[in-house]
Design a binder for this molecule. Sequence first.
Ligand code: UD1
Ligand code: UDP
Length: 370
Amino acid sequence: MKKIMILFGTRPEAIKLVPVIQELRKYPRTFKIVICVTAQHRQMLDQVLEPFSIRPDYDLNVMQVNQKLTELTANILLSMEEVLKKERPDLVLVQGDTTTTFVEALSAFYHKISVAHIEAGLRTYNKFHPYPEEINRQLVSTLADLHFAPTDLAKKNLMKGGIDKSKIFVTGNTIVDALYMISRKIHNVNFLKEIDFQNEKLLLITAHRRENFGRPLTEICRAIKEIVRNNPEVEVIYPVHLNPSVQKTARKILGGVERVHLIKPLAYIDFLYLMSKCYLILTDSGGIQEEAPSFGKPVLVLREVTERPEAIMIGTAKLVGSNRNNIVNQAEILLYNKTAYNKMIKRVNPYGDGKASKRIVSTLKRVLRE
Ligand code: UD1
Ligand code: UDP
């Protein structure tokens, strides 16, 4: 029996780890699972875990309103000390590139505990885009012993960084597993009943990245306002991230604007439903770039660079940055040019096939046995 500690703390990590937890639970004689959350996101994390009845064994509850990276890093590192000393797992499992991911991996290293990294090898090679995620994930790659890369490109990035090929496993991204798991249960959502999908075009927006704070996010919000003003058939839904910096800008520019619905973060199942119903997605989120191709929805990526170029390569996403005119122009092309729109709606997902968790768990079984 091997003890695996699963460590996470934010919404995207939770969504991408739920299928792995479910898969690990199928082998109770092989794995003892201990779940520890930092709760770097308090409400948005609970919102993901509750429907699956996942109850963490440890909840470090580190979130503070408007937390700064330094205090967050220090708090996680200090809180982990006792947990790792007490549990001494054979391996810790971390996902992605948040501050939780990096600090948990560092903490495991300090205790000489092996680290397996899910979603390894994503890169922009631009230190501040995204910030701090690019450096977080590079550091995690240095700290990790096993690297679960979602795509061949991610594997190449890891090898370029000097990671031993025998420690890299291409699995697909577990987000596609999560999406398949949930899609079967999708139901109608109340607030959407007022939207007339026959005659209106629904734009789904999310934006929360730290490197977009200030002028870029302001420009993004102004672009949305202009798109709505120019195009009477457009309706916008923007579930606003709970980060106060995001809330402030979004509400200041888009609050009270006709046909713009600023709403609370949605439960995952409701958000997927919205994705399935929308006409176009504008986002700076990583996870949404990975989900959209499964729904055949075009994405305008509100970033200067992306570590997920696969969708851009197959033509279902476009990088538009945060320039207001560019966002408006690109959105309006997709609103009116049917040919341009149709070119972006292939239902092919380059990020995974829904079996990533199975591959991860079977690799863990083999490697830990050895
Ligand atoms: C974090 C990750 C980012 C990831 C994003 C996904 C870091 C540094 N950033 O960014 O990589 O893309 O999550 O959403 O790890 N808040 C709440 N309740 C919540 C969640 C957040 O109130 O459930 C507020 C708090 O005031 C908190 C603030 O949002 O201080 C910022 O949260 P934080 O986790 O530091 O950064 P994110 O922008 O969410
Ligand atoms: N998501 C959600 N509710 C929302 C907005 C997003 O469940 O209101 C999901 C989305 O489907 C994706 C994930 O949250 O799976 C992405 O999280 P986020 O954008 O916070 O982080 P990122 O992917 O950028 O790290």
